[in-house]
Write a protein of this length. Structure first.
Length: 233
């Protein structure tokens, strides 16, 4: 039986009640907020294990809430939206969401997403620290540093980098990364990986500007080439 506290942020009571029933049936505890202005103060006082965050809310909208949360927390966030045209913004790391669900949805699918994201985020790992050139990743503390500079990564960015650092030079297909990072294999979500990769590259390039660390393999996917060590002059 699953455990963990899920915060449901949804202004439609019928939808919130449906999600609560299914999550409670799986062993999760839940809280419900319907106004966007309440979310950030609530999370600071009572951090949940995961947030189901509706895009359209009275008060502060879901995208702005997600941005604010990412300033102080890496709690997993699954965005819920009826606006298909907003998906690129949702899954882009400009806001740091880990996944998204489109309305109308099946509650069983939402529960599957919750389980997958939490399983990936909270999974125990056998090797604590991975090192690739000047990049150091700690699996237990969820910290990544280049030399002495710590990077701020979302949970999905961290998981992608962790998988690639564990097997450098291996080519991962998008489907493999979805399965390993998100924990499920639903069709139609391959472009989520492209957004996460794009933003992860940007963050790495700030500190390693002359090195192409995560490379595209045409028609296949992506691989990581460990950065070369700096040499003194």
């Amino acid at each position: 039986m699953a455990t963990g506290h899920i915060l449901i942020v949804e202004d439609e009571k019928d939808i919130a009640d449906l999600l609560r029933d299914y999550l409670l049936n799986e062993g999760y505890t839940t809280s419900w907020l319907e106004n966007g202005d309440e979310v950030v103060p609530y999370i600071k006082k009572k951090p949940p294990a995961l947030i189901l965050l509706d895009l359209m809310l009275p008060g502060t909208d879901g995208i702005e809430i997600c941005r604010e949360i990412r300033k102080f927390s890496d709690v997993p966030i699954i965005m819920v939206t009826a606006k298909v045209e907003e998906i690129d913004r949702i899954i882009g790391l400009e806001i740091g969401a880990d996944d998204y669900v489109c309305k109308p949805f099946g509650p069983k699918e939402v529960v599957a997403r919750v389980k997958a994201v939490l399983r990936r985020f909270l999974s125990e790992v056998s090797e604590k620290v991975l090192q690739a050139g000047s990049i150091r990743l700690n699996k237990e503390t969820y910290q990544v540093a280049i030399d002495d500079t710590e990077l701020t990564l979302t949970p999905s960015e961290f998981a992608i980098l962790r998988e690639m650092m564990a097997q450098p030079d291996r080519v991962f297909s998008r489907a493999q990364l979805i399965s390993r990072v998100q924990g499920y294999d639903f069709e139609g979500y391959e472009r989520t990986i492209d957004f996460h990769i794009k933003n992860l590259r940007k963050k790495l390039a700030k500190h390693l500007p002359d090195q192409d660390i995560i490379r595209s393999v045409y028609g296949v996917g992506y691989k990581m080439v460990p950065p070369t060590e700096k040499t003194s002059v």
